[in-house]
Each structure stands twice: as structure tokens, then as C-alpha cells.
Design a protein around this ligand. Sequence first.
Ligand code: SAH
Ligand code: SF4
Ligand code: F3S
Length: 468
Amino acid sequence: MNGPRKVYIKSYGCQMNVYDSHRMADVLAPEGYVETDRAENADLVVLNTCHIREKAVDKVYSELGRLRDMKDGAARLGRRVSIAVAGCVAQAEGKEILRREPAVDLVVGPQSYHRLPDLLRKAEREGRALDTEFPPEDKFDFLAPASREATRKRGVSAFVTIQEGCDKFCTFCVVPYTRGAEISRPVAKIVADVERLADNGVREVTLLGQNVNAYHGEGPDTQAWTIGRLLWRLADIPGIARLRYMTSHPRDVDEALIAAHRDLPALMPQLHLPVQSGSDRILAAMNRQHTARDYLDVIAKFREAQPDLSFTSDFIVGFPGESDEDFRATLRLIEAVDFTTAFTFKYSPRPGTPAADLDDQIDEDVKVDRLQKLQALIARQHERFQQSCVGRSFDVLFEKPGRLPGQITGRSPYLQPVQVMGPPSLIGHIAPVTITGNRTDAKSLFGIIAQPAVQQRSGAVAFAEAGV
Ligand code: SAH
Ligand code: SF4
Ligand code: F3S
């Protein structure tokens, strides 16, 4: 053997894939794999794929083409490179991947990552391996925890999956098929994960789930806990200064979650609440099971509890049957809410989902036109929000060195990147910053570190402690 084997893992799609990629690296570490950030150096390449839109899937197949050439090149030099496909494309079309791309050695679905070492051995023995089962055991019980070094390398802000899968079956969406039925992890296991992260320097935790606020994991009292209750428990963990969660569904918002935004200082005032459309007709066809008015009412309740809350969302334009009037209703909803930003998508028909079979599919040029209009409106709202931050002071959690020498960069409570001149010793700490400028081209706010006398949120590290 000449040194440890190297694994390169590339994530596509949502944050849950980012989290899963870390778990895969952690389960491979005891097998002697170290992570590399260059595919060319790797003995094993893992693509952690996304199936949500056709484009996401196309990207995977073109990347596999490149990797095939790389693998052939390495083989000519006598070096073996293995290629694994994980994630939602693996789950949805595992066999098809093996058929279309002979260079792929291994296909593994999201519920089987704990079996990765065994699967690699199987692929080595038998040539190829495939596992897209929904196994009876809970993968979280078998996935290795991150080492201290791995956690430190990944930084001060971490993701933790608390809920996975979806039972909602929106008519456009593949997630219920690729991730399976909704399951919530028990409270004790989440607490143990977050305590371990905090011990290793993590200050901010984002709780993840496809429907994170449908969380109903078993608590230590054997009752089902809601996400509101879980957030209060996690805020008690020493070192954890900031909590976030995503992605929420408007239908699962309850009073306890709204109250947590009013009363729990560690819960950041930023909420991603996808709505997809502002037209009741389209919302019904999408099976979202709420109206535009219901959504606006939920937003109003949040704002009443916490006026400082900022909202982001997801939108789909060109869902089958969407008329100009339906689209205008979406623009009206966006005007009414005033989002700080949003993800916007052209509807992409997905095989096996009910909406893909609807007759009145929308022409591509109409989709393009609506997408542009929607993005222009969101961009105006985003710019207005960024500009409104100039002159304000808020806490920034510093994450890494900035782009220029002497700069460090962090995140505002609203998740905006903020650049300041400051010492690297502040990385991993929270300090108050006064925002002095907004650079649209740099997608960042700029600020100066404010005087230590400025208020500290509960859980924030005192300015003096950071050694400045
Ligand atoms: N669970 C989340 C969303 C998960 S998918 C929710 O309920 O909102 C992330 C986003 O991708 C969705 O919010 C939607 O805007 C978009 N999306 C999902 N399926 C899509 C499709 N077939 N075409 C275009 N966009 C889609
Ligand atoms: Fe997909 Fe709807 Fe489930 Fe979100 S709630 S993951 S959009 S089916
Ligand atoms: Fe994509 Fe799967 Fe996430 S389809 S958005 S990677 S749950």
C-alpha cells in the first residue's frame, strides 16, 4: 500500500445531500479513506446526486462521462479508480445508471449509506454493486459520528438531519419517491449529535428535513416532541449560539414554533417557507393543501410574534395549466410578503409524478418569460432588504478568512454574508458589526466591528473573550 486511499465526494441538490456527504466521508474514514477536494487524485469518486429537476439529472450523466475518461486514463497508468453514484438519482434510476454508464462500480440509495463499506467490498469482489433498498434498520444507528478533526475542518456552522422523507406528495415532486416515507429521529440522538458538534467548536446548527417542521420524534418522556420543543432543548446546549431549520411546509407551522420565534433568542430571525405559487387553482393542482390566504395568514402570525423575521421561499413557474392570471397571482403574493430572496424554478416534468401526465403543459418560452419577470421582482426585494441593513448593527458569526488580506467573513442573523476587517482569532465567535455598505456584485454586506458595549444576544461569546 502506498498511503491512505483518497475519496472525492461531490454533492448536488439540497442541504440534506451536503449532510449525507459528510456522513459518507465519516463512514469511510475508519476504512482508511481520507477526503480530497480533487477528483483527479481520488481512488474513489462519489457523486451524491439530485433528481428534483431534469437539469439536475443531466448534470450527473455528463459528469459521469468526464469521470469515465478519467478512470480510463488512470487505468492506462495502472491505477484503479472506483466510481460510486449515491443520492436521489441513485434511488430513482439505479439500474438505469448501471446500464447507461459502464464505468460506474457502485450505486447506493440515501437509506443505505451505512452499508457503503460492505458495498465497496462487494463491488471489488463481484465487479459492481447496487443497493437502493429502504432497509428495516435505521441508518443513523450505524453511521459513524464525525471525528473531531473532520468537524473542525467543516467549520463553525453545521447541519443535522432530524427528519427525512415526505408523505405530502405534491404532484410535481420526486422527493416522496426518492427519500421514502417521513421519519423523525428521536430527541436523545439529535441532542447527542449536537452536543458532540458543540464540543468540537460548532456554534450554529441548522436542523434539516424535507418537511422539518413536521418533526415528531420521540422525546425522553416517550411523548412525540414538536420542532418547537426540540429547539428549546437544543438551545440549552453550551456553546450553541444559533439555531436554524429548513425546509418548512406552511401546513405544518404550529403555535409552538411561532412562539419559539418570539421567545427563543438563539432561533435566528430568518425563515425559508416555500409556497410555489400564489394562485389557489395552481396550489390545489399541486396538492399543496393550502391557499394563498392561508400562507399570508401564517406569515402574518410569524410577523406578529417576531416583527424582525425575514422570509425566503421557493417558486415554480409554468406548472401545467398556469395561466397569465395565475402567474399574476404569484407576483401579487410576492409583493404582499416582501421576501428577502427566493429560489425560482421553471416547472420540470418528472417521470412518475402525477403532474408530468397532465395535458396542458406550458411552452418553454412562456416559462422563460415568467421566470425572468419573477426573478426581477425578487431581485428588487432582495436589493431593498440588503440596502435596509446599511447603518444597522447586528451580531455576525465569523466563519472563515475573507477574500482580501486582513478580512474575515461571517453571517448575519438573516444569513447574509458579511465582510469586515478583523483578526482571524474572531473566527468561530460572534461579534456585533455595524453595516457600512452593500455590494451587489460581491453578494455581500460590508461592516466594521462595533464597540463591545453593543448588546449581546444570549449565547453569544463576549467580545473580550475573542481576544480582541
Ligand atoms: N420540501 C420542500 C421542497 C423540496 S424540493 C417543500 O415542500 O417546499 C425544493 C424545491 O424544488 C421545491 O420547493 C420546488 O420549488 C422545487 N421543485 C420541486 N420539484 C420541482 C419540479 N418538478 N420542477 C421544478 N421545480 C421543482
Ligand atoms: Fe416535495 Fe411537496 Fe414533499 Fe416538499 S412537501 S418534499 S415539495 S412532495
Ligand atoms: Fe434533490 Fe433529493 Fe434533495 S431530489 S433536492 S437531493 S432530497
